[in-house]
Design a protein around this ligand. Sequence first.
Ligand SMILES: C[S@@+](CC[C@H](N)C(=O)[O-])C[C@H]1O[C@@H](n2cnc3c(N)ncnc32)[C@H](O)[C@@H]1O
Length: 221
Amino acid sequence: MCRRDAERIYVGKERDDHAVPQEEINLMLVRLAKEGKRTLRLKGGDPFIFGRGGEEIETLVEHGVPFQVVPGITAAAGVASYAGIPLTHRDYAQSVAFVTGHLKENTFNMNWEGIARKDQTIVIYMGLKGLPMLCEALIKHGLTADTPAAIVQHGTLPTQRVITGDLTTLPALAEEAGLKAPTLIIVGNVVKLREKLGWYQPEPNSALSHRSPLEAADTLR
Ligand SMILES: C[S@@+](CC[C@H](N)C(=O)[O-])C[C@H]1O[C@@H](n2cnc3c(N)ncnc32)[C@H](O)[C@@H]1O
């Protein structure tokens, strides 16, 4: 939706495939701004949640470049809503932890005691590859093996798929379903609510679902 004469530079990232290294993105923002260009850094979700937005504006601050940050809807909020899973609920969860499931040298460096609590919802970003190890670690650190868990592929999109199970069954169910990134994992008793509250049923072949959820909602109004 940007103006036709705007220059668009792709710096997108996929797992292990970063079109432009982060350091270069940071410096590119500085260079473009110093050339006098009005520059927009467009990112997915919220720039400050696993988005490296902090590093980008740190570089701007260091180079004296003024900026403004527009907050976004982070995947945890958007995806959970479209999966019919409220992240907090008075009967089930009093807190939420946003966690990265990105493995570093094949291990997780996490405060598991603070994360694995039965009255807390755990939302795991970037966790598809590490799902079996994550489930195992959560059980080892105190959650019961039958704690409800879900993995959501392409949340909010017509290709959304939601697989539910528990900490024991979810890894095999996800593998069997052949899910594609991006996916978000939600662990906790709130996942049980999806059965009753799951409201978004994408129909990939219908004309309506080829529009964005927002456009589809407009049509229904
Ligand atoms: C590098 S993080 C960026 C998060 C982003 N800054 C945000 O606030 O949502 C990318 C991860 O977000 C999650 N994600 C983003 N969009 C998603 C979607 N539509 N469905 C499921 N997960 C998504 C996935 O876990 C993905 O690996």
